[in-house]
Write a protein that binds this ligand. Structure first.
Ligand code: SAH
Length: 260
């Protein structure tokens, strides 16, 4: 199952694969689920969940809350072998991830804006500033080893970092740097946490739309590159599905079944 926040990211994949909407499948949520038609000859059972439109503000349901509930709902409904948080993201010149439309797979997913200072008596209380930020806030959820898959589909690998903001405060930037983040976005670590609870294999797959430490304002750059990056993402998604039709995910990541 691929979980997308934005229709602009999901639509090229849905159209390319000929997925059809399952009307009543995620009852109670704005999210929409698209699956292969019954007559499909695909060897891999592929589904796309999109977080839906925000009825009050008319954008997409971006950010961590819709990502979490959609992921939970699709896990309950489909018991998938693999969940992928797919979408677009900001890259960093300083980390070598500043090329628009490059696709990244996660080595791990973290949160960079969950600042929870350790308690007086707790670990880290002797330090100051960043040292006091409690580890649980960051989450640090490792992805399976994806080097072989990344090589086959022409993707790179890096740390994917999540917050609920499109902009980047100086505190965010300091944390992103200290975590070695290659990619900044708004959903992956949230999906990762939900998947971890049910031991559902998970990783993130993100195409770069904007350069966080670059010359252009994020929002304008994001919209200017969105459709270009979405096409690159779609190509990588299709290549990944071909790999998974060749052999199952656990073989690609070199782990025995049940050990993801
Ligand atoms: N106004 C838009 C929302 C854009 S938010 C709408 O409602 O349609 C940006 C989306 O792209 C998020 O889903 C996020 O995961 C991703 N993204 C791309 N570049 C980003 C960046 N530099 N920082 C954070 N998220 C980014």
């Amino acid at each position: 199952v691929f979980v997308f926040a934005m229709w602009e990211e999901a639509e090229p994949v849905i159209a390319h694969l000929g997925l059809i909407r399952r009307p009543d499948s995620l009852a109670g949520l704005p999210a929409r689920l698209f699956s292969l038609p019954d007559e499909s000859s695909s060897r891999t059972d592929v589904h796309v969940a999109w977080n839906g439109h925000n009825a009050r503000f008319h954008g997409n349901n971006v950010g961590t809350t819709p990502a979490a509930v959609t992921t939970y709902a699709v896990i309950q409904l489909l018991k998938p072998d693999l969940v992928i948080s797919a979408g677009t993201a900001g890259g960093f010149q300083a980390a070598g991830s500043g090329t628009i439309a490059d696709v990244y797979l996660s080595s791990k997913c973290v949160f960079h804006a969950r600042r929870i200072p350790a308690a007086e008596s707790g670990a880290g209380s002797a330090g100051s500033g960043l040292q006091q930020l409690e580890e649980s806030g960051f989450a640090h959820i490792r992805s399976p080893p994806l080097a072989r898959l990344a090589q086959r589909i022409g993707a790179k690998i890096g740390v994917v970092s999540t917050s609920d903001s499109l902009d980047c405060s100086s505190e965010d930037l300091a944390l992103l740097r200290s975590e070695g983040a290659a990619v900044k976005e708004m959903e992956a670590a949230s999906c990762a946490w939900v998947c971890q609870q049910s031991e559902t294999p998970f990783f993130a797959m993100k195409a770069i739309t904007d350069v966080v430490d670059g010359a252009h304002a994020t929002q304008q750059e994001f919209y200017a590159n969105l459709s270009f990056a979405a096409v690159a993402l779609k190509r990588a998604v299709v290549a990944l599905i071909e790999c998974l039709a060749e052999r199952p995910f656990f073989e690609w990541v070199g782990l025995p079944v049940g050990k993801l």
